[in-house]
Design a protein around this ligand. Structure first.
Ligand code: ADP
Ligand code: MG
Length: 615
């Protein structure tokens, strides 16, 4: 065998690991399972499908969005109890009589009720930070559980039985082997739309929730809305699971909707891999099988009855989180060779139409102005009566020793923070009361001194986040992938900006794998993607090599020529002096000098601040 054939046979065997091939194989297994497996196994598979649907919502909410919920089981209960009520109540109130006890009406009612409850609970709890949010979810998880138990018309804690089976296209789904197909079809659709959603403009905003909220707001993302969206979707997945469960069991009682189950769902997500859509399926599968197996095995080993499996699970979770925080899916993902990582949603179409551009102000127009801005942190005055002006087609540098208050000034200018006194005006408008998101929409874009990007997301997607405001397609088109045309335009813009800053070779790399200097440049590309008229750059040249600095200077000069207003904080004086038009010098929160580079270089107060300060 010569090397060429060796190579091709190696590729062939690797091809089997291609995500699409794995999915096809999975699909075949799912399709034939109920035909060959014993009833008992099919019942287990039904449970796995039902659980996976709930866990999928948790992957979105907790894994991707960073919001831990112990209360998903309660939403499953809402779905189950709604349909149980509609389909088993003998004398429905008059306004519901038209439903004639149809399970489909039960589904509609469950979804409406769940959406209403989720919107209310979300509005109340999603603003909570830290551990208050999980505690909040425990609170409503418990409340709803007790509510189910107190409804005497629903049999209290005993529950109600006699729910009808579902029938679809005239086929009665009265057996496990039949409803199996419905459960798994629903799950497949849910996985598909979740994947679609995550690979979209809305999805990037959702993926920025964990660890990037401040940055995302500065890119014009309404982070609270994104949180609500995934909270609602996860609740709806849970409610649909509850509806299916009710008509599979044909019986409901409160037990499966309590806090205990809420915790189990979280375990499944953790075991499977809370960051991955497939982790939901894997986690639900592994935990359900393991539980069955341990329930049989442990009493045999230990020689007595008892819920030993719960103890074993507890230990398992602790070890799991210590050793493999990415869950089983995280482990499996490492087995897939890098070249087969699925970027098919990111294929670029160079024919996509360009996005419309903002009209830049006339060169020399005043665009950004700080008027007596003071910012105090307790007793510390980080900015003291600061005044500065920035014009279109100008590069202004803000310099000063460490701790002078430059980054604080940036935060005031971009509405990330609010001045204690004084105000900032942008395009003639006061920024009082405006959020950083609104300011971004008005045309200001920025980078951060401490790089803020999403390290596991590709370079291309990180930069596309900058173009968020230039798209408009929402969650539903994204879930159905009906926004591909707009998405192509956004991605093309991101690619264009990346090429412009010299990162065109890194589109599909993980952003976190870039060198720090490149990460700073990535932030500039992201800022440019927003099509701003004002660019605020906090220490853009830090960590760059000589050639990269030169390229950056060229880029900024070009942008200035196009009419962009640029404000930068920078320590590298060689870089600053050769590039900028004017300089403002700060020390101890106060402006100590302002002028042309050559004036600043010889200004006694500045020399004193720099040479006197032991840097
Ligand atoms: P520079 O960017 O010029 O190095 P900063 O604006 O980061 O300076 O900080 C100016 C001063 O304000 C420092 O003394 C810093 O410790 C303080 N400071 C900045 N942000 C905060 C904050 N959120 N809370 C309290 N003190 C702060
Ligand atoms: Mg700083």
């Amino acid at each position: 065998m010569n090397t060429a054939t060796l190579k091709s046979s190696a590729t062939k065997s690797n091809n089997l690991l291609k995500p699409t091939n794995l999915m096809l194989a999975g699909l075949v297994v799912v399709l034939i399972a109920p035909m060959v497996a014993p009833t008992y196994t099919v019942t287990l598979l039904n449970y796995i499908g039902l659980y996976a649907l709930v866990v999928l919502g948790l992957v979105l909410l907790t894994g991707v969005g960073g919001m831990t919920s112990f209360g998903q089981a309660a939403f499953v209960g809402l779905g189950a109890y709604s349909t149980a009520y509609l389909t088993t109540t003998q004398q429905l109130p008059e306004w519901l009589a038209f439903t004639a006890g149809s399970p489909w009406a039960g589904l509609a009612m469950g979804l409406l009720l769940t959406a209403a409850v989720a919107l209310f609970l979300g509005a109340v709890t999603l603003k909570l930070s830290g551990h208050y949010l999980p505690l909040g979810t425990i609170a409503w998880g418990i409340s709803l559980y007790y509510l189910f138990g107190t409804m005497s018309s629903m049999g209290g804690h005993t529950g109600v039985s006699g729910l009808p089976s579902l029938s679809i296209f005239g086929i009665e789904l009265d057996k496990g082997e039949k409803i199996y197909y419905l459960i798994w079809a629903v799950l497949a659709v849910a996985i598909l739309i979740t994947r679609n959603l995550l690979n979209s403009r809305e999805g990037r905003a959702i993926r920025a929730l964990k660890g990037g909220q401040l940055m995302a707001e500065s890119m014009g993302v309404n982070t609270f809305r994104s949180k609500m969206v995934i909270f609602l979707i996860s609740a709806i997945f849970a409610a649909i699971s509850g509806w299916l469960y009710a008509h599979t069991q044909r019986f409901v009682n409160p037990t499966p909707f309590g806090l205990h189950m809420g915790i189990d769902y979280l375990f499944m997500a953790l075991i499977g891999g809370v960051g991955s859509v497939w982790g939901a399926l894997l986690g639900a599968g592994v935990l359900t099988m393991l539980k069955q197996w341990l329930q049989d095995l442990l009493p045999m080993i230990l020689g007595s009855d008892g819920q030993y499996e719960t103890i074993v699970f507890g230990l398992l979770i602790v070890v799991m989180m210590q050793r493999w925080p990415g869950g089983l899916m995280g482990l499996l993902a490492k087995l897939v060779p890098a070249k087969y990582r699925d970027h098919s949603d990111l294929t670029l179409n160079d024919d996509a139409a360009e996005l419309p551009r903002r009209e830049l102000p006339k060169a020399g127009d005043l665009v950004l102005e700080a008027c007596d801005v003071t910012r105090k942190f307790g007793g510390l005055v980080a900015n003291n009566q600061m005044n500065l002006q920035l014009h279109a087609g100008e590069i202004l540098a803000l310099i000063g020793p460490n701790g002078a208050g430059k980054s604080t000034m940036f935060n005031q200018l971009s509405s990330v923070d609010t001045p204690t006194e004084g105000e900032v005006k942008f395009m003639g408008q006061s920024l009082k009361g405006k959020s950083s998101r609104e300011v971004a929409q008005m045309g200001m874009s920025r980078t951060f001194q401490h790089v803020k990007l999403l390290p596991t997301m590709t370079v291309l997607e990180n930069v596309a986040l900058g173009a968020h405001m230039r798209g408009s397609k929402g969650v539903v088109p994204a879930a159905l992938h009906l926004e591909r045309e707009e998405e192509q335009r956004l991605l093309k813009e991101a690619k264009h900006q990346l090429e412009r800053v010299g990162l065109g070779d890194f589109l599909y790399e993980e952003a976190g794998s870039l060198a720090l200097g490149q990460q700073r440049i990535l932030e500039i590309a992201r800022a440019l993607c927003a099509d701003p008229c004002v660019l605020l750059l906090d220490e853009p040249a830090a960590g760059l090599r000589f050639k990269e600095k030169k390229a950056l200077a060229d880029l900024l000069t070009k942008l200035r020529g196009e009419g962009m207003a640029i404000l930068l904080v920078e320590h590298d004086m060689d870089f600053v002096m050769g590039l900028v038009d004017r300089i403002v010098v700060m020390e101890f929160g106060t402006k100590i000098a302002e002028g042309l580079p050559e004036e600043i270089q010889t200004n006694p107060a500045v020399l004193e601040a720099y040479l006197g300060g032991a840097e």
